[in-house]
Design a protein around this ligand. Structure first.
Ligand code: XMP
Length: 516
């Protein structure tokens, strides 16, 4: 297989850095984000084929402004500076940066002056819609640089040094508001840097399988916590391909799963994939420990603790276990090495509570280089079914965060039945793939209703459906009224314990997606 060609993205703290990486990956080129503070020796050792300097909130003249070792410009590989990255190029190579009279933020138009370098794919005088977000701007170019694109407010909007293959843009080609941004990045990657689009799902699964196989010795065994979610499922199937029966997957039924979920996970992975799967029925243990608890944080803590206890007990039974598989994804890796400092938030499902240290297990994270869409592509490459790969996210603490108030088997059964109806109708209406998450929430609120001639006094159910790109922000999904009507009718008619259905029309922020 061809050696992997790396594009190195040095991060100066822009909110868009991750998007740069995604846009480059979409061009089928492998890239990694590293903080701008990474020592130059390491940069050289990575042997990048091109370097991108990200944007950032600082001013190059500001106190403690992040910078880059100027030897980056002597590596002999193309460099692209975006916004702050461009200002840094100007600053370090002998140009001049000044504070713009006004902060330029939002839509702008750039006219192509010279259709060369990164603007090679456009016509001369062509006008491009771009997205600006900057305070400072270039006042004088460094020697050898030329202007290739101008905007009304920014004369040095796109610049380059053709011989040294150093380019810079004041705008953000990585955001959707720069519709032709992909052509600019493609010109940089393919025309300027001469890279090839070799980073494909096939290439990375093949490489990942080989790497897992090479790391694990022939007599060693590997443990994987399988939740049935996309990440752990793809990680498990990939490791199974590498290791066969030396991989043991542990699936814990905590009693907080959706309708039919436990049976489905076991059937899929045992029967279709022949995975060595240990399914632990820990429903009673979880529900006993959760009895009487209504505080959301306390519920989460108990679930986390019991999960670790159950998982550890099973893991200890696996003979010669030396490794633990985790479904860590690239956004988590980026967060932990971020220029802004390690993230304080560790997602609970990526955290098996110190088990690796306690059991002396080393970690295998086969997906740690991938974005979510790439995980799905890898899953497809491994022949996994589409409905598994495109499942809505489901939180680690499961229905506990959707069953407000006390968790009893009866209330959980009620919630499960209502939730199944929501999913059913959303699927039937063909909306499942356009919605990020859709589910039911059971509220510990009773109200009066009437059914036939009888007065009822039952709990209420909220329907939550959101659209989102990454779960960080979300808007409530505009589901057609007829679909909502069907959901509501069916829940009230078919589910015992609910006599009222309400719709959650809160975006995030200010709301969260889950209710607890
Ligand atoms: P919120 O409710 O914070 O949710 O807007 C954002 C996304 O994260 C999921 N979520 C969780 N996932 N453990 C998880 O594994 C959790 O404790 C947890 N809480 C929320 C939620 O489903 C949504 O996709």
């Amino acid at each position: 297989m061809a050696a992997r060609e790396l594009v190195l993205i040095l991060d100066f703290g822009s909110q868009y850095t991750q998007l740069i990486a995604r846009r480059i990956r979409e061009q089928r080129v492998y890239c990694e984000i590293h903080p701008c503070t990474v020592p130059f020796d390491q940069v050289r050792a990575m042997n990048p084929r091109a370097v991108v300097l990200s944007g950032g909130p600082s001013s190059v003249y500001g106190e403690g402004a992040p910078t880059v070792d100027p030897r980056v410009f002597e590596l002999g590989v193309p460099v692209l500076g975006i916004c702050y990255g461009l200002q840094l190029i100007a600053h370090l190579l002998g140009g001049k940066v000044e504070g713009a009279s006004a902060r330029e933020y939002g839509h702008a138009r750039v006219v192509v002056e010279k259709n060369e370098g990164i603007l090679h794919r456009f016509a001369k005088r062509e006008a491009l819609d771009v997205w600006m977000s900057h305070g400072d701007r270039i006042a004088a170019l460094p020697p050898g640089f030329q202007t290739i694109g101008v905007s009304g407010n920014t004369p040095f909007c796109a610049v380059g040094h053709a011989e040294k293959r150093i380019y810079g843009v004041q705008f953000h080609p990585e955001v959707v508001h720069t519709p032709r941004g992909a052509d600019i990045l493609a010109a940089f990657l393919f025309d300027v840097a001469g890279l090839r689009p070799t980073w494909t799902a096939g290439a990375f699964t093949e490489e990942a399988v080989a790497s897992v196989r090479a790391r694990v010795a022939a007599d060693e065994h590997v443990i994987c916590g399988l939740s049935g979610g996309v990440d752990s499922s793809v990680a498990a199937v990939l490791c199974h391909k590498a290791l066969g029966d030396r991989l043991t997957c542990i699936f814990v039924d905590n009693g907080l799963l959706r309708q039919g979920e436990a049976e489905q996970v076991v059937a899929t992975f045992r029967e279709s994939y022949h995975l060595n799967l240990v399914a632990v029925d820990a429903r009673e243990k979880f529900l006993t420990q959760l009895a009487g608890v209504t505080d959301p944080e306390q519920k989460r803590k108990i679930i986390g603790r019991v999960f670790i206890e159950v998982f550890e007990e099973e893991a200890r039974k696996v003979r010669n276990a030396r490794w633990l598989v985790q479904g860590t994804l690239y956004p988590d890796v980026i967060e932990s090495v971020s220029f802004k400092g390690p993230s304080a938030v560790i997602k609970s499902h990526h955290n098996v509570g110190g088990l690796p240290e306690k059991m002396h297990l080393r970690l295998i994270e086969p997906l740690r280089e991938l974005f979510k869409d790439e995980v799905r592509a890898a899953g497809e490459e491994l022949g996994m079914p589409k409905d598994l790969l495109w499942r809505h996210p489901f939180p680690g603490p499961g229905l506990a965060v959707r069953c407000l108030g006390e968790l009893t088997e009866k209330r959980l059964a009620t919630l499960r039945a209502a939730d199944a109806i929501v999913t059913d109708e959303i699927r039937a209406a063909g909306l499942y793939d356009t919605i990020w998450q859709a589910f039911a929430v059971l509220l510990p609120v009773r109200s009066v209703g009437v059914m036939g001639d009888e007065r009822t006094y039952e709990e209420a159910c909220a329907v939550r459906a959101v659209v989102s790109v990454d779960g960080m922000t979300a808007d409530w999904a505009r589901i057609p009224h007829e679909v909502i009507a069907r959901i509501s009718n069916r829940i009230c008619n078919e589910v015992r314990g609910i006599n009222r259905v309400v719709m959650d029309v809160t975006s995030k922020p200010p709301g969260t997606i889950e209710w607890e």
